[in-house]
Design a protein around this ligand. Structure first.
Ligand SMILES: N[C@@H](CCC(=O)N[C@@H](CS)C(=O)NCC(=O)O)C(=O)O
Length: 229
């Protein structure tokens, strides 16, 4: 496994991670922690619109977190699943997939990007943030979220993880399922395999450590041994 440390001469942390405490930010936080990379996290307060500042738009023209700037390779990457793929391919041999696994992995990664995130995101909006309560919108998205829960539950009947072994499709999906359950009150009662998968990932040390990243606190830099700088 590649480890990046603070460059002794420049004192520079190789990876800058721009984030906020949301499911898309959490995915990348989990991955950085799983890989034990050295990085510095920077809060971009999306409630105050910091993601639309000219400086941030130069990093992501779509004006959303998360973004990773890797000074070791001189790359700036937006879109959380592109970041996961980049980190897996660049620093995570244990996350690399054989060619025959790759196509299946991509399908579940795109399933997360195209369905899980947007549907749970819409439910979140209509349940928590909309200026008026629209029961038909809440019921439409809740029904669709439970349908997606059942797709995942079926997939997990005969597998520990979405692609068999723990992979970036789990890392991409878990923060949304966790938020749907803990923030939006969606129940796992009818979905025992999803519940077991959720519980197993919740216990991973990297996932536990990632919970504090993106919340307002003094900017912290994390090193492979977990200490803050
Ligand atoms: N498809 C994007 C979605 C990113 C996204 O929606 N980020 C949200 C937070 S989870 C955001 O920055 N929202 C602020 C805004 O839309 O202005 C990804 O996966 O990175």
């Amino acid at each position: 496994m590649s480890h990046l440390f603070v460059d002794a001469e420049s004192g520079m942390i190789p990876i800058d991670f721009y984030t906020f405490a949301t499911p898309n930010g959490r995915k990348v936080a989990i991955m950085l922690e799983e890989l034990e990379l050295s990085y510095e996290s920077h809060i971009i307060d999306i409630e105050r619109g910091e993601q639309k500042s000219p400086e941030f738009l130069r990093k992501n023209p779509n004006g959303k977190i998360p973004v990773v700037v890797d000074h070791a390779t001189n790359k700036t990457i937006f879109e959380s699943c592109a970041i996961l793929l980049y980190l897996a391919e660049t620093y995570g041999p244990s996350f690399a997939m054989h060619e025959d696994e790759r196509l299946e992995l991509l399908q579940w990664l795109f399933f997360q990007v195209g369905h899980i995130g947007p549907m749970i995101g819409q439910l979140w909006h209509f349940k928590e943030f909309a200026s008026e309560q629209i029961p038909s919108a809440i019921s439409r998205y809740e029904k669709e979220c439970y349908r997606l829960f059942s797709v995942l539950d079926d997939r997990l009947v005969a597998r520990d993880y979405i692609n068999g072994r723990y992979s970036i499709s789990d890392i991409a999906t878990w923060p949304w399922i966790d938020a749907a359950n803990s923030q939006l009150g969606l129940s796992f009662e009818q979905f025992p395999h999803l519940k077991r998968w959720h519980a197993a990932i919740s216990e991973r040390p990297a996932v536990i450590r990632s919970a504090s990243i993106g919340h307002h606190s003094p900017t912290a830099a994390f090193t492979p041994d977990g200490s803050a700088q």
